[in-house]
Design a protein around this ligand. Sequence first.
Ligand SMILES: Nc1ncnc2c1ncn2[C@@H]1O[C@H](COP(=O)(O)OP(=O)(O)OP(=O)(O)O)[C@@H](O)[C@H]1O
Ligand SMILES: [Mg+2]
Length: 441
Amino acid sequence: MTENIVEVRNLTKIYEQGNVLAVDNISFDIKKGEIFALLGPNGAGKTTTISILSTLLNPTKGEAMVNLYNVKVSPDQVRKSIGIVFQEPSLDNEMKGRENLELHAILYRMPKGQRKERINEVLKLVDLEDKAETYVKNYSGGMKRRLEIARGLLHRPRMLFLDEPTLGLDPQTRRKIWDKIKELNNDLEVTILITTHYMDEADELADRICIMDHGKIIALDTSENLKKQISGDIIDIQFEKVEDRMKIPRIISLLKEIPSIKNISLEGTTKNQRELLMNLNLPKGMPNISPEMIKTQINQMISDPNRLLIAFKRFPMASQMFLNAPIDMKKRISNLFTDDLLKELPDEIKQEIVKIKSGNYIEEEKDFEPTISISCESGGSCLPEIIQAINNDGLKIKDVNMHAPKLEDVFLHFVGGDIREESSDRVKSIKKRIQMRQLTR
Ligand SMILES: Nc1ncnc2c1ncn2[C@@H]1O[C@H](COP(=O)(O)OP(=O)(O)OP(=O)(O)O)[C@@H](O)[C@H]1O
Ligand SMILES: [Mg+2]
């Protein structure tokens, strides 16, 4: 039987500040030697889970064992057996690569006699030997990430936590980091828990995928088994330039009537944009307000710059809607703002309006070439019907691509396509650094 290196039972974390239920009664195991990917939208609770497993945070309820040690009872033993690469960068830019590792070795109370050898060993592991004497401020993003991985490996941990290790890196650099992760896992038998927003990364690396949303685990299996759960085919249809945007929601409703079609989503748009495009289909839970009423309200608002100004200042969603609105709508709104009023607008909106007024807006006006993604039982048999419906509606197809469900489709199937209003703010990042110091005390 395979041994577990991590066992989590009914783990719950409530942040008292803000009263946030970040992790909601989750249970899972990680097998020794596996690469386990934790996926989920912003704010799903991934970092919180890692923080508990690495003893940086106390759970509110539940148990977690790492390397046979209970995180609450034996945090020191847990810390000695794990390595961690934080989501937020945590290197000292004013120090050289080697110095960063030395500092960590000292903080970890690594015996002096071992330090040099271990540091050389980990620098070699991540191919940074020749950059050891370079200041970290002169490292590229990929080099910094590799140095952080090296630091996580200094005391030869059996379990490594990587919280978004390739965030913001270019595709080649990401691949290099993947190779390192695989090497660590294969050659050194380090078990790895990785979080990422890149589906290709999780698919390439992970033995098992765990999808979290709103603090709960909503799917956990191999990528292959998860893909089987959404049986059938996915057909992506890209349209040639669409002049009348309202044709898209119309064709989507028409296609939805084809019985073998299970789901259709509009790619490359946020939920807010989709609602705007779908002619204000209201979200669930607002049954008493008629769409007509909302449309009237919005129409009134977009004729009154003072009301708009208040909306832009108070509600991020209003700014979002403006920024994502079709160009004719943007032009109409821009014309309402005199130079005096313009000054009072939030910067982002102001810049957009100035651009529109200057006539410098050709790029965005040029092409609206949306792609819809259709999930159906059998692509081959419903494709002719789809194409017929599209032709009848006068829309032109630029590209059709049929494929088996990808991990991305699985992810969207489980968590939906909306963007979460979460960002890792400075306070969170500073807190993490303080916690990091505590960890390495
Ligand atoms: N120190 C904190 N105090 C209060 N709430 C917090 C704190 N840290 C995180 N949260 C909240 O807990 C929830 C889970 O956050 P967490 O950072 O674990 O998410 P995540 O899945 O790692 O997201 P991301 O993909 O954006 O990194 C969010 O609602 C977040 O705002
Ligand atoms: Mg996170």
